[in-house]
Design a protein around this ligand. Structure first.
Ligand code: GAP
Length: 478
């Protein structure tokens, strides 16, 4: 089917226990989401796929740094000064917008009306904008109205720092300010020496980390796409200066392949070079996914020179250098970063997996089914076991098999309602295999395994079910 609308995906996520609004019974908290019983499994599997891809290698070590870090970290990284978004308020509706997003939406509106020349003009101006006053001028010149009130009474554009502040210890003053980290990467830079000295790695090598990050986004958008609390999967690869382009190309290919391997087709992925490079960056591209609302970044691959380690050296006074054990050459390593959003990828995998189809008539029904075609590795439940009927000893056999399978995989037992209804339930959460115990099982110890995607059934001996499922969970190289 054509890509589903975001609303349809959000509705399924709620109905089947993937994602709930945070603090829903109190009316919700904007930009924050809770992962329900199915969602937490999918998210864990996704992170596990990333963790395995990264840390099963010889040249990458894992790390789990604290969320709260010394406030100087964020001065060194540039976040205190520069991690800002331009923000504007409408004086009538009091609605607050990111100025650049307001302009982007205005441009998209022009395009939808076929006014491409005008759209190109404003896009060009937006591309050249960097200071608050640049955005302000565009909003005035283009006479952009407030989408809520329709008025053009705007405040000036101000820069707004996206870091959440809190206080460490009992005294709430300037000296006790700490930040909730807006990215996990800094935990890796500040531990560079610790990992180097304790792991006996040699350059080139990487450090991988998965963890929560927080950004006080002006406008949260599109469900899990832009949230205030989210999870990142980041890896910094430390290389010898001069070799960074080769490693940048390598990691871009590796990361692109990872999404393919987990079932995202190439036509829904694209690689987009950054239009503006940070002054220290040698190269930067985004891997994007075609969401229901358009192309959106999933992951950034950045060649960052020695910027981060050099800044931390300046601010901490510690030498964050590497000595080549053979040549004794001493240098500050360059970094190639792969920075992915776990919760944003979750949304991509969910949108990609969502499908609706008419069940072929030969199956004796003209029903429509909703099916999540998740890669079995990602699926929250790997296998469901059903007794065909709740008598003749079938439930007992089915429960026994379920208990056995549960030791190996996340499994479910389901004996309620007609068998077709049970299939539909499991199709909606993406369970790749449904095993049915029927009359024949009682005679010859065989069961049927029904494939979620093709709806075909195969009959296998009950003792082969574990191996059958295990074989299908393997991530095939692409
Ligand atoms: N260390 C580099 C860095 O953090 P980024 O492009 O700002 O780079 C990396 O973020 C990834 O984190 C993004 O590609 C996206 O997947 C995810 N991400 C960033 N902000 C997010 C937000 N507000 N909500 C959800 N995911 C976000």
């Amino acid at each position: 089917m054509a890509a589903p609308s975001l609303d349809v995906v959000v509705a399924l996520a709620k109905r089947r226990g993937f994602v709930f609004q945070s603090s829903e019974i109190y009316g919700g908290l904007n930009g924050c989401w809770d992962f329900g019983p199915m969602g937490v499994e999918l998210l864990r599997n996704l992170k596990e796929a990333w963790w395995q891809a990264m840390t099963s290698r010889e040249d990458i070590e894992g790390l789990d740094a604290a969320i709260l870090m010394h406030p100087r970290v964020w001065e060194a990284s540039g976040h205190v000064e520069q991690f800002t978004d331009p923000m504007i308020d409408n004086k009538v509706s009091k609605a607050r917008y990111r100025a650049d997003t307001l302009i982007e939406d205005f441009i998209a509106g022009l395009r939808s009306k076929g006014k491409h020349q005008e759209a190109d003009y404003w896009e060009e101006r937006l591309r050249a904008a960097s200071q608050p006053q640049d955005y302000y001028r565009i909003i005035l010149d283009a006479q952009i109205p407030d989408p809520v009130s329709g008025t053009r009474e705007w405040t000036e554009v101000r820069n707004f720092n996206l870091m959440f502040k809190t206080f460490i210890g009992p005294v709430e003053d300037d000296s006790s300010v700490v930040y909730l980290r807006p990215e996990t990467a800094q935990g890796i830079y500040v531990n560079f020496l610790n990992v180097l000295q304790t792991s006996r790695q040699k350059i080139p090598f990487g450090i991988a980390q998965i963890g929560k990050a927080f950004r006080n986004e002006v406008n949260t958008r599109n469900f899990l796409f832009r949230t205030r609390e989210f999870e990142q999967m980041e890896m910094q690869y430390f290389v010898k200066p001069g070799t960074e382009q080769e490693w940048f190309d390598y990691w871009l290919q590796e990361r692109y392949r990872w999404y393919l391997q987990l079932g995202i087709p190439a036509e829904r992925l694209r690689i987009r070079p950054h239009e503006k490079l940070a002054h220290y960056a040698a190269a930067a591209v985004d891997i994007e996914f075609l969401f229901p609302f358009g192309w959106g970044e999933l992951e950034g691959i950045h060649s960052r020179t020695d910027f981060d380690l050099r800044r931390h050296m300046e601010f901490s006074g510690k030498r964050l250098e590497y000595t080549d054990p053979i040549t004794r050459e001493r240098y500050i390593p360059y970094v190639v970063e792969t920075s992915a959003g776990a919760t944003r990828s979750f949304l991509a995998f969910l949108c990609n997996a969502y499908d609706e189809e008419l069940i072929p008539e030969e199956r004796g029904t003209t029903e429509k089914r909703i099916v999540l075609r998740l890669h079995p590795f990602l699926a929250p439940v790997k296998v469901a076991v059903f007794p065909l009927v709740n008598r003749e000893g079938m439930p007992e056999r089915a429960r026994k098999l379920y208990e056995e399978l549960r030791r190996h995989f996340r499994a479910a037992y389901d004996d309620s309602g007609a068998i077709g209804r049970r299939y539909r339930r499991h199709d909606e959460i993406g369970t790749p295999f449904c095993v049915t115990i029927d009359g024949q099982t009682l005679q010859d110890d065989t069961v049927t395994i029904r494939d979620r995607d093709s709806m075909e059934q195969v009959r296998v001996h009950i003792s082969n079910v574990v191996q059958y499922i295990r074989d299908h969970l393997v991530l095939q190289p692409v």
